[in-house]
Design a protein around this ligand. Sequence first.
Ligand code: ZN
Length: 108
Amino acid sequence: MSEPGKANQGNRSLGPACPHCLAPAEIRTSRAISRTVREYYHHCTDPECGHTFVSHWSVVRTLSPSNAPHPAVHLPISPRRAPIRRQPAPANDNAARPTNDNPPSVFA
Ligand SMILES: [Zn+2]
């Protein structure tokens, strides 16, 4: 990663779709705003559209902590995935219920 504030004008690559015509948009250049935010300058590849725009890429949270953390980077830890909850068995309210669940007594 380049340092914040430095522009990257290396190989051009495709980024997100153009928000107007949905054609692929080329990344013209980018620069780091911080260690977790980068700004990209895009140009739509559809010559009839020609839209140019700026987007931001950002790191939003940590899934697994770094073994070499930087003191300036503060990211929230991703909450654990909620456990998969099994659906309760459907109630079988339509079946006839025995009035007495006790086994028949042989001594009755
Ligand atoms: Zn476009």
